[in-house]
Design a protein around this ligand. Structure first.
Ligand SMILES: [Zn+2]
Length: 303
């Protein structure tokens, strides 16, 4: 069964006056419950300090946890105004990602976090709604804790480049970073992933899916042991922060390509939510619901 980590703090940990579409988490959860989608929901644990510093500078982690970041550092992250839950929200989201990583490896199946994919968080600072980089931390922790995990592949298909992930992991040859994103978009300064595929503004389904297929086929070597999938839906034509023109159906096809990649190789797969900022937010919610239904079906097939 598909194990999906979720905590109500994903929503209430963001202030109601923030412009960030915080309701998306609870809307997705409600819909999946109403439709009785077969999902084993799991409550995350708070991420431990020792795990957070696998991917970050201790000084930055301590400053954030103790509320000592400067206004400038907070502005770079966004999500303002911050309420009293922001620290626990951040630690629960990372805990959800770590929980999903463990679940996927130990059951050799698919698991996910209904948040996370915080790929703009760098070693010593946060940025673009991202505070701790769960992709990098999960990659490090999986190799550290599991003897059978030696090579990790990160597939980042959010519309924005996974700059934080690329910079944290740049000297780690056992973790391969693949980012396919819109070239004219945040972050202004791109970092170097192992494989970057920048796309032109306005790209539509057919071309997008062709390029993805071609590039994913090149990921044959080395032989990977784990896939981390940042499944941002801000490539959607209705997104307010993306500049691609991918349809809801196109995103489902994209997801299928990644699921198929893991299925063919019998690899554990962890799904992270990533961005989705349509106005109204319902379009992003629909695309995320599609994703989690696909994950649920996938888990049932390979069981
Ligand atoms: Zn994004």
């Amino acid at each position: 069964m598909f194990e999906l980590f979720y905590h109500p703090i994903y929503t209430y940990g963001i202030d109601k006056n923030s412009t960030f579409p915080r309701d998306r988490y609870k809307m997705i959860k409600n819909y999946l419950d109403e439709q009785k989608i077969i999902i084993n929901f799991q409550k995350p644990n708070l991420a431990k300090f020792e795990d957070i510093i696998l991917g970050h500078q201790e000084k930055y982690v301590t400053s954030f946890i103790h509320g000592l970041l400067t206004e400038k550092e907070k502005r770079r992250i966004g999500l303002q105004p911050w309420n009293e839950h922001i620290v626990n929200r951040t630690r629960y989201i990372l805990g959800g990602s770590i929980g999903a990583m463990k679940s996927a490896i130990e059951r050799n199946n698919i698991a996910g976090n209904m948040a996370g994919g915080t790929h703009h968080a760098h070693f010593s600072y946060g940025s673009g709604y991202c505070i701790f980089n769960d992709l990098a931390i999960c990659a490090f922790k999986s190799i550290k804790d599991y003897k059978n995990i030696n090579k990790v592949l990160i597939i980042d298909l959010d519309v924005h480049q996974g700059d934080g992930t690329a910079s944290i992991l740049k000297n780690h040859r056992n973790i391969f970073t693949f980012s396919m994103h819109c070239e004219n978009n945040f972050p202004l300064k791109k970092m170097k992933s192992d494989l970057d595929v920048p796309l032109t503004k306005g790209m539509k389904d057919n071309q997008y899916l062709d390029i993805l297929q071609k590039n994913i086929k090149t990921l044959k070597k080395p032989k990977f042991d784990l896939v981390l999938f940042q499944a941002g839906v801000d490539i959607l034509n209705k997104d307010s922060l993306g500049y691609l023109e991918i349809s809801r159906e196109g995103i489902k096809n994209r997801n299928e390509i990644v699921l198929e990649f893991a299925r063919e190789r019998d690899l554990p797969l962890v799904v992270f939510m990533g961005g989705g900022y349509s106005k109204p937010i319902q379009h992003s919610v629909d695309a995320f619901v599609d994703l989690f239904i696909q994950c649920s079906n996938y888990a049932n097939i390979i069981n």
